[in-house]
Design a protein around this ligand. Sequence first.
Ligand code: PEP
Length: 255
Amino acid sequence: MARRPFVVGNWKMNLGPGEADTLAIALKRALWDRQAVDVSVAPPYLSIPEVVNRLRATGIGVAAQNCHGQPAGAFTGEVSAPMVRAAGCTQVLIGHSERRQYFGETDESVNLKIRAALDADLEPIVCVGEALFVREAGKAVAVVEQQLEGALSGLGSEALERCTLAYEPVWAIGTGRTASPEQAEDMHRAIRTWLSGRFPKAAVGALRILYGGSVTPANAALLLAQPDIDGALVGGASLKIETFLPIVEAATTRS
Ligand code: PEP
Protein backbone atom coordinates (compact mmCIF):
# COMPACT_ATOMS: atom_id res chain seq x y z
CA MET A 1 0.00 0.00 0.00
CA ALA A 2 1.38 3.42 -0.96
CA ARG A 3 1.64 5.67 2.04
CA ARG A 4 2.31 9.36 1.54
CA PRO A 5 5.65 10.32 3.12
CA PHE A 6 5.42 12.52 6.19
CA VAL A 7 8.20 14.60 7.73
CA VAL A 8 7.69 16.32 11.07
CA GLY A 9 10.08 18.83 12.62
CA ASN A 10 10.08 18.80 16.40
CA TRP A 11 11.47 22.13 17.54
CA LYS A 12 11.42 21.07 21.21
CA MET A 13 12.09 23.98 23.63
CA ASN A 14 13.73 26.07 20.91
CA LEU A 15 12.64 29.06 18.82
CA GLY A 16 10.50 31.63 20.59
CA PRO A 17 7.86 33.51 18.57
CA GLY A 18 10.26 35.74 16.60
CA GLU A 19 12.73 33.01 15.65
CA ALA A 20 9.91 30.57 14.93
CA ASP A 21 8.33 33.09 12.57
CA THR A 22 11.64 33.52 10.74
CA LEU A 23 11.96 29.77 10.19
CA ALA A 24 8.28 29.54 9.19
CA ILE A 25 8.87 32.22 6.52
CA ALA A 26 11.74 30.17 5.12
CA LEU A 27 9.66 26.98 5.19
CA LYS A 28 6.77 28.69 3.44
CA ARG A 29 9.07 29.93 0.67
CA ALA A 30 10.69 26.55 0.19
CA LEU A 31 7.75 24.21 0.59
CA TRP A 32 4.51 25.95 -0.34
CA ASP A 33 4.05 24.00 -3.57
CA ARG A 34 5.29 20.64 -2.29
CA GLN A 35 2.81 18.03 -3.47
CA ALA A 36 4.32 14.64 -2.82
CA VAL A 37 5.11 14.76 0.88
CA ASP A 38 3.32 15.93 4.02
CA VAL A 39 5.36 18.27 6.20
CA SER A 40 4.53 19.52 9.69
CA VAL A 41 6.41 21.42 12.35
CA ALA A 42 5.93 21.29 16.11
CA PRO A 43 6.89 24.63 17.69
CA PRO A 44 6.79 25.28 21.43
CA TYR A 45 3.31 26.36 22.58
CA LEU A 46 4.06 30.08 22.72
CA SER A 47 5.28 30.14 19.13
CA ILE A 48 2.26 28.28 17.74
CA PRO A 49 0.18 31.40 16.88
CA GLU A 50 2.97 32.95 14.77
CA VAL A 51 3.69 29.70 12.97
CA VAL A 52 0.01 28.93 12.35
CA ASN A 53 -0.50 32.41 10.91
CA ARG A 54 2.59 32.25 8.76
CA LEU A 55 1.88 28.77 7.38
CA ARG A 56 -1.84 29.26 6.78
CA ALA A 57 -2.90 27.81 3.39
CA THR A 58 0.58 26.49 2.65
CA GLY A 59 -0.27 22.85 3.29
CA ILE A 60 2.43 22.69 5.99
CA GLY A 61 0.87 21.39 9.19
CA VAL A 62 1.43 22.66 12.70
CA ALA A 63 1.57 20.26 15.63
CA ALA A 64 1.83 20.85 19.37
CA GLN A 65 4.49 18.92 21.25
CA ASN A 66 2.14 17.73 23.97
CA CYS A 67 -1.35 18.15 25.40
CA HIS A 68 -3.09 17.24 28.64
CA GLY A 69 -5.34 14.20 28.90
CA GLN A 70 -8.30 16.20 30.23
CA PRO A 71 -10.17 18.81 28.20
CA ALA A 72 -10.12 21.48 30.97
CA GLY A 73 -9.67 21.86 34.70
CA ALA A 74 -7.36 22.66 37.59
CA PHE A 75 -4.06 21.57 36.01
CA THR A 76 -1.79 24.57 36.45
CA GLY A 77 0.76 24.98 33.70
CA GLU A 78 -0.88 22.53 31.33
CA VAL A 79 -2.48 22.99 27.91
CA SER A 80 -5.50 20.99 26.75
CA ALA A 81 -6.13 19.34 23.39
CA PRO A 82 -9.11 21.64 22.61
CA MET A 83 -6.83 24.66 23.26
CA VAL A 84 -4.21 23.23 20.91
CA ARG A 85 -6.90 22.76 18.26
CA ALA A 86 -8.30 26.24 18.82
CA ALA A 87 -4.81 27.68 18.34
CA GLY A 88 -4.84 26.22 14.83
CA CYS A 89 -2.85 23.01 15.23
CA THR A 90 -4.08 19.92 13.47
CA GLN A 91 -1.67 17.45 15.07
CA VAL A 92 -0.03 16.79 18.40
CA LEU A 93 3.01 14.75 19.44
CA ILE A 94 2.13 12.33 22.20
CA GLY A 95 4.45 10.28 24.41
CA HIS A 96 7.73 11.70 23.11
CA SER A 97 10.53 9.97 24.99
CA GLU A 98 11.61 13.28 26.54
CA ARG A 99 8.11 13.58 28.00
CA ARG A 100 8.31 10.02 29.28
CA GLN A 101 11.85 10.47 30.65
CA TYR A 102 11.66 13.95 32.22
CA PHE A 103 7.96 14.43 32.90
CA GLY A 104 6.86 11.02 34.08
CA GLU A 105 4.56 10.16 31.19
CA THR A 106 3.42 6.57 31.18
CA ASP A 107 1.66 4.34 28.68
CA GLU A 108 -1.57 5.08 30.60
CA SER A 109 -1.20 8.86 30.35
CA VAL A 110 -0.26 8.47 26.69
CA ASN A 111 -3.50 6.55 26.14
CA LEU A 112 -5.51 9.32 27.83
CA LYS A 113 -3.77 11.97 25.74
CA ILE A 114 -4.45 10.11 22.50
CA ARG A 115 -8.13 9.97 23.43
CA ALA A 116 -8.16 13.67 24.34
CA ALA A 117 -6.46 14.56 21.06
CA LEU A 118 -8.91 12.53 18.98
CA ASP A 119 -11.85 14.07 20.87
CA ALA A 120 -10.47 17.50 19.99
CA ASP A 121 -10.12 16.58 16.30
CA LEU A 122 -6.33 16.46 16.42
CA GLU A 123 -4.17 13.82 14.75
CA PRO A 124 -1.99 12.19 17.40
CA ILE A 125 1.61 11.43 16.43
CA VAL A 126 2.29 8.72 18.97
CA CYS A 127 5.93 8.10 19.91
CA VAL A 128 7.36 4.80 21.10
CA GLY A 129 10.93 3.58 21.47
CA GLU A 130 13.26 1.62 23.70
CA ALA A 131 16.18 2.68 25.90
CA LEU A 132 19.71 1.49 25.15
CA PHE A 133 19.84 -1.06 27.98
CA VAL A 134 16.60 -2.56 26.68
CA ARG A 135 18.04 -2.96 23.18
CA GLU A 136 21.26 -4.40 24.56
CA ALA A 137 19.21 -6.93 26.54
CA GLY A 138 17.50 -8.00 23.31
CA LYS A 139 14.12 -6.75 24.51
CA ALA A 140 13.54 -3.82 22.16
CA VAL A 141 10.62 -5.33 20.28
CA ALA A 142 8.94 -6.59 23.46
CA VAL A 143 9.17 -3.16 25.11
CA VAL A 144 7.87 -1.31 22.06
CA GLU A 145 4.98 -3.78 21.82
CA GLN A 146 4.22 -3.13 25.48
CA GLN A 147 4.20 0.63 24.85
CA LEU A 148 1.85 0.13 21.91
CA GLU A 149 -0.43 -2.10 23.98
CA GLY A 150 -0.72 0.61 26.64
CA ALA A 151 -0.96 3.55 24.27
CA LEU A 152 -3.62 2.02 22.05
CA SER A 153 -5.54 0.21 24.78
CA GLY A 154 -9.28 0.23 24.08
CA LEU A 155 -8.93 2.12 20.81
CA GLY A 156 -10.53 0.80 17.63
CA SER A 157 -9.56 0.96 13.99
CA GLU A 158 -11.28 4.36 13.47
CA ALA A 159 -8.90 5.75 16.11
CA LEU A 160 -5.84 4.07 14.59
CA GLU A 161 -6.74 5.45 11.17
CA ARG A 162 -6.45 8.96 12.61
CA CYS A 163 -3.03 8.39 14.20
CA THR A 164 0.55 8.42 13.01
CA LEU A 165 3.18 6.41 14.90
CA ALA A 166 6.80 7.39 15.41
CA TYR A 167 9.45 4.85 16.35
CA GLU A 168 12.17 6.74 18.17
CA PRO A 169 14.84 4.67 19.92
CA VAL A 170 15.71 6.68 23.02
CA TRP A 171 19.43 6.04 22.49
CA ALA A 172 19.27 7.75 19.10
CA ILE A 173 17.41 10.93 20.10
CA GLY A 174 19.66 13.97 20.18
CA THR A 175 22.74 11.76 20.49
CA GLY A 176 24.01 11.81 16.92
CA ARG A 177 23.72 8.02 17.02
CA THR A 178 21.17 6.76 14.49
CA ALA A 179 19.57 3.35 14.20
CA SER A 180 20.88 1.67 11.07
CA PRO A 181 18.32 1.46 8.26
CA GLU A 182 18.09 -2.30 8.98
CA GLN A 183 17.51 -1.81 12.72
CA ALA A 184 14.85 0.81 12.04
CA GLU A 185 13.15 -1.21 9.30
CA ASP A 186 13.13 -4.34 11.49
CA MET A 187 11.34 -2.44 14.25
CA HIS A 188 8.89 -0.76 11.88
CA ARG A 189 8.03 -4.15 10.42
CA ALA A 190 7.65 -5.62 13.90
CA ILE A 191 5.29 -2.78 14.83
CA ARG A 192 3.17 -3.35 11.73
CA THR A 193 3.08 -7.10 12.40
CA TRP A 194 2.01 -6.50 16.00
CA LEU A 195 -0.72 -4.11 14.86
CA SER A 196 -1.89 -6.60 12.22
CA GLY A 197 -2.83 -9.01 14.99
CA ARG A 198 -5.13 -6.42 16.55
CA PHE A 199 -6.51 -4.12 13.87
CA PRO A 200 -7.99 -4.62 10.39
CA LYS A 201 -5.52 -5.04 7.55
CA ALA A 202 -6.61 -1.87 5.75
CA ALA A 203 -6.11 0.34 8.83
CA VAL A 204 -2.65 -1.12 9.49
CA GLY A 205 -1.66 -0.89 5.84
CA ALA A 206 -2.59 2.79 5.73
CA LEU A 207 -0.88 3.74 9.01
CA ARG A 208 2.25 5.84 8.67
CA ILE A 209 5.18 4.94 10.90
CA LEU A 210 7.90 7.60 11.11
CA TYR A 211 11.45 7.02 12.24
CA GLY A 212 13.04 9.51 14.64
CA GLY A 213 16.49 9.67 16.20
CA SER A 214 19.29 11.87 14.87
CA VAL A 215 17.92 11.98 11.32
CA THR A 216 20.16 14.25 9.24
CA PRO A 217 20.61 15.09 5.56
CA ALA A 218 23.40 12.49 5.53
CA ASN A 219 21.33 9.51 6.69
CA ALA A 220 17.77 10.42 5.67
CA ALA A 221 17.76 8.90 2.19
CA LEU A 222 18.82 5.44 3.32
CA LEU A 223 16.40 5.39 6.24
CA LEU A 224 13.54 6.64 4.10
CA ALA A 225 14.26 4.07 1.40
CA GLN A 226 13.11 1.29 3.75
CA PRO A 227 9.66 -0.04 2.82
CA ASP A 228 8.11 0.35 6.29
CA ILE A 229 9.64 3.75 7.10
CA ASP A 230 7.06 6.26 5.95
CA GLY A 231 8.76 9.45 7.03
CA ALA A 232 10.83 11.06 9.74
CA LEU A 233 10.38 12.83 13.04
CA VAL A 234 13.29 15.23 13.11
CA GLY A 235 14.57 17.13 16.13
CA GLY A 236 17.89 18.97 15.88
CA ALA A 237 18.05 19.01 12.09
CA SER A 238 14.61 20.64 11.87
CA LEU A 239 15.83 23.86 13.49
CA LYS A 240 17.63 25.08 10.39
CA ILE A 241 16.16 25.32 6.92
CA GLU A 242 19.39 24.09 5.35
CA THR A 243 19.31 20.82 7.29
CA PHE A 244 15.53 20.29 7.28
CA LEU A 245 14.94 20.78 3.55
CA PRO A 246 17.27 17.99 2.36
CA ILE A 247 15.40 15.59 4.65
CA VAL A 248 12.07 16.67 3.12
CA GLU A 249 13.75 16.26 -0.26
CA ALA A 250 14.81 12.70 0.61
CA ALA A 251 11.20 11.89 1.57
CA THR A 252 9.95 13.45 -1.67
CA THR A 253 12.34 11.35 -3.72
CA ARG A 254 11.18 8.25 -1.88
CA SER A 255 7.60 8.88 -2.91
C1 PEP B 1 13.00 14.15 18.29
O1 PEP B 1 12.97 15.20 18.88
O2 PEP B 1 11.97 13.48 18.19
C2 PEP B 1 14.26 13.69 17.72
C3 PEP B 1 14.28 12.58 17.04
O3 PEP B 1 15.36 14.47 17.91
P1 PEP B 1 16.77 14.38 17.12
O4 PEP B 1 16.43 14.32 15.64
O5 PEP B 1 17.51 15.61 17.49
O6 PEP B 1 17.43 13.12 17.55
